[in-house]
Ligand binder design. Structure first.
Ligand SMILES: [Zn+2]
Length: 358
């Protein structure tokens, strides 16, 4: 009789201790999620900016939305507009913010629709006009660099490092007539590559470039997606849209692909039908102009061409052909120059060479 209450007390204490241990185990690791000035609680979407401080050149604010799902799960970062005139991808991600209901989400979606604001505002393709740098070539970035490098560092730290997966969105720039495709990066890590392959197929684009030539060093990753890939995060790059246009089909390919990847990752309810029988490419040789002049294309994006086939030509402004662009390989024209302006060294077209299904 004397011992019994003690035993009850002891087992109660053990039960309390176990309950507190169990609650520590199930405690939400991320009751809130912050990127830049955006902090979202569970079940909320918050917006804000990633503030790149001034340095040797101007400061830059990059808008960000954080969709913090009602339940825990993977963190997916979606980034567009490193090239600020690849409009389709920028508009696709802005639209996606309103379409993802945080109440339905397990996990967190970080959405950055426009990295290269100066390019967008000043209508400058390919580069950041502030420092003349390509905003998808200076990762992981550095604090004492120019604006592109400082922005890249903050995206590495605040967007890529907190994420489990990254999708980098691109498209045909103002001077590129591009057919939609994605990149599947082969990192060499079989488990990681199987996961990213599943994401690429779930995204749904039916032309896929196998990318195996990106740097392997996380400290010299250069590209945004490669910064995630070299940090062990299964990721991909997608491209849709062309030549300054914003066509609904192209926008929706990116929006629906993003939602499909979220379902594939179990971040949203529903099933995914992965793309069937995509065309895989193992190389994308391009043809570069030797001269400056007026470019006339002879094929459209998506055309099948054979090696040596004339796919365009350049004239001297007064009717004489001074350069013939010939297909560098058998394959599919993934993009061809969309505008007559062309100078020596410009890429006139790129041709994907068809690979066996990996
Ligand atoms: Zn791009």
């Amino acid at each position: 009789m004397i011992m019994k209450p003690k035993i009850v007390f002891a087992s109660l204490a053990a039960a309390v201790a176990f309950a507190s241990f169990a609650s520590a185990q199930t405690r939400d690791a991320h009751p809130t999620f912050t990127v830049g000035s955006a902090t979202a609680s569970r079940g909320q979407t918050a917006t804000g900016v990633i503030a790149v401080p001034a340095g040797s050149d101007a400061a830059l604010n990059i808008a960000v939305a954080v969709v913090h799902g009602a339940r825990p799960g993977p963190v997916l970062a979606l980034v567009a507009g490193s090239h600020g005139t690849e409009y389709t991808s920028i508009i696709g991600l802005e639209r996606l913010i309103g379409l993802v209901d945080p109440a339905q989400v397990s996990g967190t979606v970080i959405i950055v629709p426009l990295v290269n604001v100066p390019s967008f505002e000043r209508v400058v393709p390919h580069l950041n006009p502030v420092d003349g740098k390509n905003m998808n070539r200076f990762y992981p970035g550095k604090a004492d660099g120019t604006q592109t490098e400082r922005a890249s560092l903050l995206i590495t730290r605040q967007v890529i490092e907190p994420a489990d997966h990254v999708i980098d969105f691109h498209g045909g720039d103002l001077d590129e007539s591009l057919r939609p495709y994605s990149y599947w990066t082969r990192s060499g890590n079989e488990k990681q590559d199987a996961l990213s392959r599943g994401m690429v197929l779930a995204f749904g684009l039916d032309h896929i470039i196998i990318s195996a030539d990106r740097p392997k060093d996380p400290a010299a990753s250069r590209y945004l997606e490669n910064t995630a890939t070299t940090r062990g995060k299964p990721s991909l790059t997608v491209e849709a849209g062309h030549a300054g246009t914003v066509e609904t089909d192209d926008v929706m390919v990116l929006v629906n692909g993003s939602l499909s990847v979220m379902r594939h990752l179990k971040m949203l309810p529903g099933t995914v039908t992965p793309v069937q029988n995509p065309v895989w490419f193992d190389a994308v040789p391009s043809v570069t102009s030797d001269v400056s002049g007026i470019f006339y294309p002879l094929v459209r994006r998506g055309a099948f061409v054979t090696k040596g086939m004339k796919i365009g030509y350049v004239t001297d402004y007064i009717g004489k052909t001074i350069f013939e662009a010939r297909a560098p390989a058998d394959g599919v024209v993934l993009f061809i120059r969309a505008i007559p302006s062309s100078v020596k060294g410009d890429t006139l077209a790129s041709v994907g060479t068809v690979a066996k299904t990996p």
